[in-house]
Design a protein around this ligand. Structure first.
Ligand code: COA
Length: 321
């Protein structure tokens, strides 16, 4: 009997505060709502409150996912958190989330793969479940990008937002995750990165995201096209077999290029970018959760998840929901 990782429940959390493009322009950044909307598809993003952290937001999303899965936190075998904004450098945000969930002993660790973090974490969870090393795994993506950008840099501050998304996976004899695919290429490490202040001359200065946006854009479009082909070929499927595309939400033009590659109308693509911006590793579970809860994604349907980000690291997962 094959073992699959089945998505038993999903959850999402967005901070209350909303920041619109217009508010960014009004704050003195040389940009406009029209430019941002046309070049990125983003209209607004959510901003975490001062007392919120990756683990506190992750807990909200995780509790929802656990409730939907009807699984108690103490029944988890493994907690994996994808984040680029950990509460502390150590211990892992996953350990802090474990503490918040009031459970002990199950393994907990973080994955750092920037915007592809959730797909990476999902892939690891899938391997554990298929190998019989875990029965129930909580996978969370939680990000506070608003603390990582320079709010005077119009090339980056307009893009990002905060939020958390979660999935609970459980071992099942029926699919489940059909396949996951992850790759990286460190040759591109300088095109998109966040410096670590412990290595800088000014140890106390807060680091900001550094990005060559149009270079990132070009590689993202090409690479995502390739991962779509790889995923379909690995499963002997063609474009028409995919019911929904749930992409990482970085730029509407990158998403549209992937949808074209799949010959998929935009109505079959789950989009959150206009209201949430790029929430890095939280974007896929947030979008998936939204489409499950509003009834778009139905049990039995085939869903393609894909992400690309700093590293570069990229990946996909094909899901029979
Ligand atoms: N408002 C107004 N003008 C802006 C601007 C802003 N927020 N940001 C850049 N510009 C200007 C540039 O200064 C440049 O002006 P110039 O021609 O006078 O020099 C012009 O717009 C074009 O800049 P460019 O960087 O080529 O724009 P673009 O169409 O590539 O859009 C991004 C910029 C950042 C939106 C786009 O490159 C992008 O989304 N890249 C991918 C980034 C990404 O997804 N990163 C995360 C990966 S997970």
């Amino acid at each position: 009997m094959s073992l699959y990782a089945r998505i038993a429940g999903t959850g999402g959390y967005l901070p209350e505060k909303v920041l619109t493009n217009q508010q960014i322009a009004d704050s003195g950044v040389d940009t406009s709502d029209e430019w941002i909307m046309e070049r990125t598809g983003i209209r607004q993003r959510c901003i975490a409150a001062e007392d919120e952290t990756a683990s506190s937001m992750g807990e909200q999303a995780a509790q929802q996912a656990l409730a939907a899965a009807n699984i108690a936190p103490e029944d988890l075998d493994l907690i994996i958190v994808a984040t680029s904004a950990p509460d502390r450098i150590f211990p892992s945000t996953a350990c802090l989330l474990q503490q918040r969930l009031g459970v002990r002993r199950c393994a907990a660790f973080d994955v750092q793969a920037a915007c592809s973090g959730f797909v990476y974490a999902l892939s690891i969870a899938d391997q554990y479940i298929r190998a019989g090393g875990a029965q129930r795994v909580l996978v969370v993506g939680s990000e506070i990008n608003s603390r990582l950008v320079d709010w005077t840099d119009r090339g980056t501050c307009i893009l990002f937002g905060d939020g958390a998304g979660a999935m609970v996976l459980e071992a099942s004899s029926a699919p489940g995750l059909l396949s996951t695919h992850i790759h990286s290429d460190g040759q591109f490490a300088d095109l998109l990165y966040l410096p670590n202040p412990i290595n800088g001359k000014n140890g106390c200065e807060l680091p900001h995201i550094q990005m060559q946006g149009n270079e990132v854009f070009k590689v993202a479009v090409n690479t995502l096209g390739q991962i779509v082909d790889e995923t379909l070929a690995a499963n002997n499927l063609d474009q028409a077999d995919i019911d929904w595309l749930v992409p990482h939400q970085a730029n509407i033009r990158i998403i549209a290029a992937t949808a074209r590659k799949l010959k998929m109308p935009m109505e079959r693509v789950v989009l959150t970018i206009e209201k949430q911006g790029n929430t890095s590793s939280a974007s896929i579970p947030l979008a998936f959760n939204e489409a499950v809860r509003d009834g778009r994604i139905q049990r039995g349907q085939t869903v393609l998840l894909e992400a690309f980000g700093s590293g570069f690291a990229w990946g996909s997962a094909l899901v029979r929901y």
